[in-house]
Design a protein around this ligand. Structure first.
Ligand SMILES: [Zn+2]
Length: 218
């Protein structure tokens, strides 16, 4: 089974909140320690030589504060809450692939975005994960400060721990603004990382089948 990831349906509550003003008290309850970045962001604006009181920047600290809370909302989610009600006993034992999951994350070295696509495959061993939960799992780990390598293995390890499949494969292809914008690498360079567990690690044919289906769809 190969599923192309689509993003429809209800937007997560935290995403909705992030686009609207969250009163301080509500924010404090929802986001815990992550309140009070507004002063620090205003200070950064001053230190880069800007005037934080000018029209265009007057509300920037609040916006950046909300944006950062959303982009790091994965810290306030966990895999148990996300997946536990979406694990099912199913006799299906062929490869399941969710391909082309959009991915947006922040590199932990520069706090700049990296973005691309994630392909996830696994071979069930009596249990499956609800298909819509796989992109949510990717989001949960992507909405943290990351390096692409760790993000890749966290997704694979979590699926492995949750349903003990015969194998898990995760491939991420991403472009890093910290490389592109700073001119470190060519504009179109793509970093590719993979995590292969179980049958995908042990069996060349299984691995090849996954890579063919995920990266070179017929
Ligand atoms: Zn970076």
């Amino acid at each position: 089974m190969v599923l192309n990831s689509t993003r429809e349906g209800k937007e997560p509550q935290e995403a909705q909140n992030a686009r609207h003003f969250v009163p301080f008290v509500v924010a404090q309850a929802q986001f815990g320690i992550l309140t009070g970045m507004i002063e620090e962001i205003r200070s950064i604006l001053t230190k880069i030589g800007e005037d934080p009181t000018r029209d265009g920047l007057a509300h920037t600290p609040q916006r950046v504060d909300r944006a950062f809370r959303f982009l790091t909302s994965g810290y306030r989610m966990n895999a148990d809450d996300l997946l536990n009600k979406a694990l099912f006993d199913v006799a299906y034992d062929e490869m399941v692939i969710v391909r082309d999951i959009e991915l947006f994350s922040l590199c932990e070295h520069h706090l700049l975005p990296f973005f691309g696509k994630c392909h996830v495959g696994y071979i069930p061993n009596g249990r499956v994960i609800g298909l819509s939960k796989i992109p949510r799992l990717v989001d949960m780990y992507a909405r943290r400060l990351q390096v692409q390598e760790r993000l890749t293995t966290q997704i694979a390890d979590t699926i492995n721990e949750k349903i003990h499949p015969r194998g898990v494969a995760v491939v991420i292809e991403a472009q890093h603004l910290c490389m592109i914008m700073r001119g470190v690498e060519k504009q179109n360079s793509v970093a590719v990382t993979s995590a292969m567990l179980g049958a995908f690690k042990d069996n060349q044919n299984t691995r090849s089948e996954f890579l063919d289906l995920a990266r070179h769809p017929k």
